[in-house]
Design a protein around this ligand. Structure first.
Ligand code: FPP
Length: 250
């Protein structure tokens, strides 16, 4: 049985509205240059800024990046401290540039795990860019997909939502993006083929593109290749698409 015929299915957009990226491969990038791993993260921030602007130029409305996962706390203390400090440095170095280019910044993740100083830097980045509309950069920091599901359930329970009334749309509004659209395209750099506890709920129907490119090397050509791969995909969202019936004249 066909649930909907092709004429009622929205045509696949060529440019995704929302792109999510697992920025993997920083450590290997640095190692190949005989540098400490953290140099890869530092270079990764520069790549991130270029990528946000490239996404905005292409009409992408939302970009979500995995900057620090719930599991990354288990990395060596010096690397964790470096990544925390990198947020402060990045805000100092790039906030004005992003703000003047129409980027709205939103942080998603467990803010309760961050130091006061880091929370203040996140608040500052968000409030300075609050009214921008060109593109939203969602920075997932101290974020995990399972954490997101749990915090959404906790918040819904605190709000006294009746379990019988709790449906996917309602719970979805408690998740990290609230009412923003789910990612259409997930890109993972660095050659690994896994989701790593990123947006488990929101990636339900995202198209996945994996590339061996290490994050600091990711450039506009790689972004365009991922968008082209996305444009060639047949997104069915669990439906069946049928070709329109051609009149044969017989
Ligand atoms: C994974 O590479 C990358 C990370 C854990 C951190 C990504 C963070 C950035 C690019 C910086 C973003 C910073 C801000 C301020 C938003 P890896 O270290 O696992 O690389 P490997 O697989 O080669 O070891």
């Amino acid at each position: 049985m066909h649930l909907r015929d092709a004429s009622s299915v929205t045509p696949d957009p060529v440019v995704p509205r929302h792109v999510a990226i697992v920025m993997d491969g920083n450590g290997r990038w640095a190692k190949r240059r005989f540098l400490p791993r953290v140099f890869g993260h530092k270079a990764g921030v520069d790549t991130l800024v270029k990528t946000v602007l490239a996404c905005a130029d292409r009409g992408i409305e939302h970009l979500t990046v995995f900057a620090f996962s719930s599991e990354n706390w288990k990395r060596p203390t010096e690397e964790v401290s470096f990544l925390m400090g990198l947020v402060l440095v990045a805000v100092e170095k790039y906030l004005a540039k992003l703000a003047s280019n129409g980027v709205r910044i939103r942080m998603i993740g467990d803010r309760g795990q961050l130091t006061d100083r880091l929370r203040q830097a996140c608040d500052r980045a968000e409030s300075a860019t609050r009214d921008n509309t060109r593109i939203t950069l969602w920075v997932a920091f101290a974020y995990g997909g399972r954490w997101d599901v749990v915090q959404a359930c906790q918040q819904a329970m605190r709000d006294g939502i009746d379990p019988a009334q709790l449906d996917e749309a309602t719970l979805g509004r408690y998740m990290a993006f609230g009412d923003a659209p789910d990612p259409d395209l997930l890109i993972r750099t660095g050659g690994e083929l896994r989701i790593s506890n990123f947006l488990l709920w929101q990636l339900a129907y995202s198209e996945l593109v994996f590339t061996d490119c290490l994050w600091p090397d990711f450039g506009e050509t790689d972004l365009d290749a991922a968008i082209s791969a996305f444009a060639a995909r047949d997104r069915r969202f669990g439906l069946v698409k049928t070709a329109p019936v051609q009149a044969t004249g017989t």
